[in-house]
Design a protein around this ligand. Structure first.
Ligand code: PAF
Length: 284
């Protein structure tokens, strides 16, 4: 079930399509956890065949980010996928995906660039070029696997919104299936980057979900003024936290809200030491 080349995957997909089978794709960067497994489960339930891609995509990492130390656990990932009923784990090398060219320079690569309005905010603000890399690789994966359905987690909400926009704008024949955030009992949203956290850091990381749950509780009580809702966050922050953003935006088009409503999504990014964590909640 492990495949490293585009040709091998293409051959298999061709056979499945001939048989009239539906194909689900779960794109990942590996280091699979229960969050990914919830996406995989949905795909296995919904589709005749499921492909999980495991590819730490170099072009979505900005200079100084964690590309080299990003967790790579292919053997364990393959086992989890096999137990979950996945048909293909597609784990290409960077050279397989991008050829020699990009290793020398990204100037020799065709990119898919999402609209500026969607990327100049939230994570895109500090991670310049990140969503160009995401859209480019996701587009390539769509072309390679030609899935009927593709499954994305709502934890990376800006990514999900941008991918939906790309699919619509470029008429890509795939249905995007958003999947809910999976949390530890403590409230901490699952993320491959949680592996970087010490036990102490993990306690500090609870600030993200506490802030979001508290904002939702205040909204449910009738507070809609975004300034007032934002102020409720500060009591959860201490000297271990560096708040990157806490923003209230429309869940479809990311427009900023000054008065919260049921279409408002609250986005947070917080750094604990070197580890940057994100989370979000929908108020409606
Ligand atoms: O969400 C991720 O893990 C990645 O951004 C994705 C969608 C697999 C593209 O590399």
């Amino acid at each position: 079930m492990l495949r490293h080349t585009i040709n091998e995957v293409r051959e298999q997909i061709k056979k499945w399509k001939k048989e009239g089978l539906t194909v689900g794709l779960v794109p990942t960067m590996g280091a699979l956890h229960a969050g990914h497994l919830s996406l995989i489960k949905k795909s296995v339930e919904k589709c005749d065949r499921t492909v999980v891609s495991v590819f730490v995509n170099p072009i979505q990492f900005c200079p100084g980010e964690d590309l080299d130390k990003y967790p790579r656990t292919l053997e364990a990932d393959e086992k989890l996928c096999s137990d979950a009923g996945v048909d293909i784990v597609f784990a290409p090398s960077p050279k397989e995906m991008y050829g020699e060219g990009h290793i020398l320079s990204n100037d020799f690569l065709t990119y898919v660039i999402p609209p500026y309005f969607y990327v100049d905010k939230l994570c895109g603000k500090s991670r310049v070029g990140h969503f160009d890399g995401v859209c480019t690789v996701v587009n390539k994966l769509f072309n390679i696997v030609q899935p009927d359905y593709a499954f994305f987690g709502q934890k990376d909400a800006q990514q999900l919104i941008i991918i939906k926009k790309m699919v619509k704008d470029l008429n890509i024949p795939v249905e995007i299936i958003p999947c809910p955030i999976v949390r530890e009992e403590s409230g901490l949203a699952l993320s491959s980057r949680n592996k970087y956290l010490s036990d102490e850091d993990k306690k500090e990381a609870l600030a993200l979900s506490k802030i979001l749950f508290n904002i939702k509780a205040c909204y449910d009580k009738g507070i809609t003024d975004v300034k007032a809702l934002t102020e409720t966050a500060y009591s959860f922050l201490n000297e271990h936290h560096a708040l990157e953003y806490l923003e209230f935006r429309d869940k479809e088009n990311l427009e900023e809200k000054t008065v919260a409503d049921d279409n408002t999504q609250v986005f947070i990014a917080l750094k604990i030491g070197d580890v940057r964590l994100i989370d979000n909640i929908l108020l409606g």
